[in-house]
Design a protein. Structure first.
Lengths: 416, 416
C-alpha cells in the first residue's frame, strides 16, 4: 500500500516549515502505509494537477493539505473540479458544521464562509470539527484522494478521527514491524564499519536505516509482515547480536528519549540530580527538564558562566582555576562535587569547555570539553574534543553528559 | 529564475522533519530565486531519477540534499553516475579536506571515508568545511544541479559560502529587496486584523509574507528590483508606517536574533545579566548563551526547579511560597531581586510557571507563567497564559522573558 502527500501553499515554498507533511508521513508509515513521495507545490492550477497525475501513477492513496481557505488565493477546490470535470455543489452537512461553529462564537455565517460549504460533486465531505473547511474524499477506481485543510490542528483531528479508520477498513493494510536501536558516542561511518559483518546477515526483506543527528545515530530495522513468514524473531535476534558488538554505545530503543530513560532510572530508585554548567549554558538542564515530570528527580542547576560565579557561588578554589584553567579535569571534578553537596543530590554532572568561536588556544582548541559525573562515592571526568560549531558543541556536550550520567546511574544502582 | 528542491532520504518519508527544505526555500526566495516545488523522495534510484527529470522540465536550478553519507543506504552519488552516464573518480581536494578533518581529531582516514572523496566525473566538488561528504556541482546546458549533504550544518555552510555566491554570478539573478520586521507578543490573526488597512496600501509588486513561529511573527516584504523603478524608498516608508501601528511589538529587523539584539544592547553599555529559572529549566539561559561572545555580559543562572533550592540557594522566603505559591507575582519578583543581588548583575530575569502537562489547577492552569525583570532600581512582574504544550510553554516563556529584558534595558539605558 503506497501513499503520496501533496502539500499545497505558496508560503511553504518561501520558507514556512511543513510540519503537516512530516506528521502525516509519520502517521502513515507507523500504520503500515508506505509513503513514496512528499511534494510541496504552490497554489497553482497546473502544478497541483501535474502533482496529482504523477502521484496516482504510483500510489493508491493521495493526500493533500492546504488551499481550502475562504480567500481568493486558495484554489484547491476549483482545481479539483477541473481535474474531475465536475461542479461545486452545496453540502448541507458541511454547512451545518459551519453554522454550529459560528453560533458557538455568537456570530452569523458570513457569505464568504457559506461558500466553504460548497464541495465538488464527485466528492463527499469529511467532517471538520474545529474549522470551517470540510475535508474531501474522492473514490477513483479503487484509489482515493483525500483533501484536507492546512491548519495543523484541523488536519490532525480529521485524519485521526475519520480518515485513518476508514483507510484501514478500505485497504488491507499489512502489518509493519519496526525496531530502532539508539546509539550515542560512535560516529556513523565508524559505526558502519564496526557492524558491517552484522549488516551482511540481515535478510533482504528487512531494511536497515542509519538515522544520524548530532552525537546520536539511530539504527532502524523495518519489515513488512507477510502471511506465513514472521520476522519478529529474526529482528529480535539481530538486535541481540548488535548488542554484543556495540552494546556500550546503545542507550535505548525505539521512540525512547535519552532524558526519558534517565528520568525513569532516577525516579524508580528515588534518586535526584543537579548540574553545574559552564559552556553548555543551560542546554543540559533544558534537555532533562523537557521531559514531563522531571521535577521528581531534577532539583536544579547552577550555570556558572563567569569565573567569579564559579568561585563565589560554586565555591571553586580560585587557585585551581589559575593553575589548571577553568576548562580542566580538576575544575570539572570540583564543579561536580560542589554542586552535588550544595544541592544535596545523589548525582551531579558538571560541564566546562570552550564552545567557540572564540576562546580556543593551541593547547585547548575550540570544542574542548571536560565532563565530570559525581555519583555515589566517586567523581571522575572525561575530556572530549568536539568541533568548531558553537551550537553543535553545546548540543554534543549536553547529550554526551546525559549519557555519562545514565551510565553512572546504571553502574551503581542497576548492575549487581 | 526558478528552482526546485529535492530532499532525499527514507527517514523523511517516515516522519523526520525536513528542516533543510524550508531553510533552502527561505534562502532562495529571499535571494530572488522562485521555488517552484519541493519534492521529498526515498533513497531509491527510480524515484530520484524521475524527480530530477521532472524538476529539469521547469527549473534552471535543481538542488538536492541527502544521501551522500558513507553507508550503503546512501545512494545519491551512484544514482547520479547512472543519470549522467559517468563513473566515480577520485577527487584530490575532497580527500585533502577529509584528511584534514580526521587529523584535527587525531585520527587516520578510514577506508569508508576515503571513498567519500570519489565523485561523479561530470561534477566538480563543492568544499564541505565541516563534514566529510563533498557537495557536487553539475553544469548541464545552462542549467545546474547542486548536490549537498543532508546534515543541516554542513548543507547551510556549503550553500552560503559557495553555492549562493556562484549562483548569483552565473545567473543574472534580479536584485531582490527584502526587509523583514520581527514582532513578538502578538498572534498572527490579530496582527493581520490590526494591520489590514496598512496591508491594502502595499503596491502589488511588493509581496507580504507572514512567517509565524512560537511567540514570534515575522513580516517579510519582498520585491524584485527592476531597472528604472526603485522600491527601496517605498518599503522604508511602509516599515515606518508599520512601526507607528505596531511599534510596541517590533523587536528587530531582518536576520537579527533576539539574543543578538540583547547581547549588543548589554555589551555596548557594559551591562551584565543573570537569570533565576524555574519552569523554563535552563532554556532561557540557553537562548542567550547560544549567541557567541555571551560571556561578556551573561554571568550565570540559578535554575531553582525544586522549592527547597528556591529557599536554600536563592534565599526565597519559604512563607512567601506557602502563602502565594511558587508560581506567583511575589515569588517571581523575589527570585529576580535575589539573583540580581547574589550574582551582582545590572539586570536579572526570573521565570516561574507551570509548563505542564501536570501541576495545573483551576486557578493556575497549565501554561500560567510569571516573568519578573529586575533593572536599575526597580523590579516588576507580568503574568502570561500560554497553552497546554510543555515544550511550547517553555519556548514561549523564554522568548517572552528575553523580550521583556530587552525592553527594560532600552527603557533605562537607551531612551532619554
Amino acid at each position: 500500500m503506497q501513499a503520496e502527500i501533496i502539500s499545497i501553499g505558496y508560503e511553504l515554498l518561501s520558507g514556512h516549515e511543513n510540519t503537516n507533511a512530516s506528521w502525516l508521513a509519520n502517521q502513515l508509515s507507523a500504520n503500515g502505509i508506505n509513503v513514496r513521495r512528499i511534494c510541496t507545490v504552490g497554489d497553482d492550477k497546473n502544478d497541483i494537477i501535474s502533482s496529482l497525475n504523477s502521484a496516482f501513477e504510483y500510489s493508491e492513496i493521495v493526500i493533500t493539505t492546504g488551499g481550502l481557505g475562504p480567500t481568493a488565493d486558495d484554489v484547491t477546490k476549483k482545481v479539483l473540479c477541473k481535474y474531475f470535470d465536475c461542479n461545486l455543489v452545496f453540502c448541507k452537512s458541511a454547512y451545518d458544521n459551519i453554522e454550529k461553529l459560528f453560533k458557538a462564537r455568537g456570530l452569523n455565517v458570513t457569505h464568504i464562509n457559506k461558500k466553504q460549504a460548497e464541495i465538488p460533486e464527485k466528492a463527499r465531505a469529511i467532517p471538520n470539527i474545529s474549522g470551517t473547511a470540510p475535508g474531501l474524499w474522492f473514490d477513483i477506481d479503487g484509489k482515493v484522494l483525500l483533501v484536507m485543510p492546512g491548519v495543523p490542528s484541523e488536519m490532525k483531528m480529521m485524519f485521526e478521527s475519520f480518515i485513518l479508520p476508514e483507510l484501514k477498513l478500505k485497504f488491507k493494510i499489512p502489518k509493519i514491524i519496526s525496531r530502532t536501536v539508539l546509539t550515542q558516542g560512535i560516529g556513523e561511518s565508524y559505526l558502519s564499519e564496526v557492524i558491517s559483518d552484522w549488516e551482511k546477515k540481515i535478510p533482504p526483506q528487512i531494511k536497515l536505516a542509519y538515522l544520524p543527528s548530532p552525537c546520536i545515530v539511530k539504527l532502524r530495522l523495518t519489515v513488512i509482515e507477510n502471511d506465513g513468514e514472521s520476522f519478529e524473531h529474526i529482528i529480535e535476534n539481530l538486535i541481540f547480536e548488535l548488542n554484543e558488538i556495540i552494546g556500550e554505545y546503545i542507550y535505548g530503543h525505539d521512540n525512547q528519549k535519552m532524558e526519558e530513560i534517565i528520568g525513569s532510572l532516577l525516579s524508580e530508585k528515588n534518586l535526584t540530580v543537579s548540574f553545574a554548567e559552564s559552556c553548555t549554558g543551560g542546554y543540559l538542564s533544558h534537555l532533562l527538564t523537557s521531559n514531563p515530570g522531571s521535577s521528581e528527580y531534577y532539583k536544579g542547576s547552577l550555570i556558572a558562566y563567569a569565573n567569579d560565579i564559579k568561585i563565589k557561588e560554586l565555591h571553586i578554589n580560585s587557585q585551581l582555576i589559575e593553575e589548571f584553567g577553568a576548562v580542566s579535569e580538576e575544575v570539572a571534578i570540583e564543579m561536580a562535587s560542589k554542586i552535588k553537596d550544595k544541592f544535596k543530590t545523589d548525582f551531579a554532572v558538571a560541564v566546562t569547555g570552550i564552545a567557540g568561536p572564540d576562546g580556543g588556544t593551541a593547547k585547548k582548541p575550540v570544542g574542548t570539553v571536560w565532563i565530570a559525573v559525581a555519583g555515589k562515592n566517586n567523581v571522575s571526568a572525561q575530556k572530549f574534543l568536539f568541533g568548531e560549531n558553537r551550537i553543535l558543541n553545546i548540543t554534543k556536550a549536553s547529550i554526551t553528559a546525559l549519557n555519562l550520567l545514565r551510565k553512572e546511574i546504571i553502574k551503581y544502582y542497576y548492575e549487581k
